[in-house]
Design a protein around this ligand. Structure first.
Ligand SMILES: [Zn+2]
Length: 234
């Protein structure tokens, strides 16, 4: 196995509205498959605080079932993390797009402790080449493949969310490196991990978790505990 490498992306202020300021928080994942060692020196309480609140100590969660928008046009990852990107002529085949929606749909239930058993709706959307496509949209999780993401971020994916001041998540974004997501068997874990960020989770290294900064773990008992706290707490 290759070395474990951690890559985190700083929160970037992406959008503001008249009512509230939203920040795009998320992180990118390396592709090196490795299972994190459990660190029992870290208490359960601290590990749960990491995955739920992250380095900023701020929890965020969806209060309503999000819509899923699958962009079937590949986008050009240029200019870093942004609200919108330019569409390329490349398209996902219908089967590929359906598999992507299916993988994210299957990940939703365990990551929300069953509170959301499906997305409110699933929409497949293509764009005219060279046109600009928004990837941050109210009440939606937008997923797309990006050409050049890996080269630019030195990571194979990025998951983010915009969060209102009360901690409610306004939008989610799942960005996948087009080459990696097209070819590699670990992409199901990548999709689940980036969806985790879009749903409000942060990296945790002290427990085996789908939110380990390095891909390799499936959803664990620890993740199910975190989901219960995040989504079932009144
Ligand atoms: Zn991550």
């Amino acid at each position: 196995m290759r070395a474990v490498l951690v890559s985190s992306v700083l929160a970037v202020l992406l959008s503001t509205s008249a009512r509230e300021t939203a920040t795009f928080a998320g992180a990118a994942g390396r592709d090196d498959a490795a299972t994190a060692a459990e660190n029992t020196a870290v208490s359960d309480e601290d590990a749960l605080a990491q995955i739920l609140s992250g380095p900023k100590g701020r929890e965020s969660r969806w209060t309503e079932r999000p819509d899923l928008v699958v962009l079937t046009s590949v986008l050009a990852f240029e200019g870093g993390l942004r609200n919108e990107y330019v569409a390329l002529p490349d398209r996902l085949a219908a089967k590929e797009a359906e598999q992507l929606a299916s993988d994210l749909g299957a990940a939703l239930e365990p990551l929300t402790a069953g509170v959301f058993d499906a997305f409110a709706s699933v929409t497949f959307e293509s764009a005219t080449p060279r046109h600009t496509v928004a990837v941050v949209r109210d009440r939606q999780i937008v997923v797309a493949r990006f050409h050049g993401l890996r080269k630019s971020l030195d990571a194979v994916g990025y998951g983010g969310r915009t969060v209102r001041h009360d901690g409610a998540i306004a939008s989610g974004t799942v960005m996948l490196d087009s080459e990696y997501d097209h070819t590699v068997g670990l992409r199901r874990l990548l999709r689940m991990h980036e969806l985790g960020h879009a749903l409000g989770y942060n990296h945790v290294a002290s427990r085996r978790s789908i939110m380990n900064p390095t891909l390799g773990s499936e959803v664990t008992e620890f993740d199910r505990r975190a989901a219960l706290i995040a989504f079932r707490r009144k």
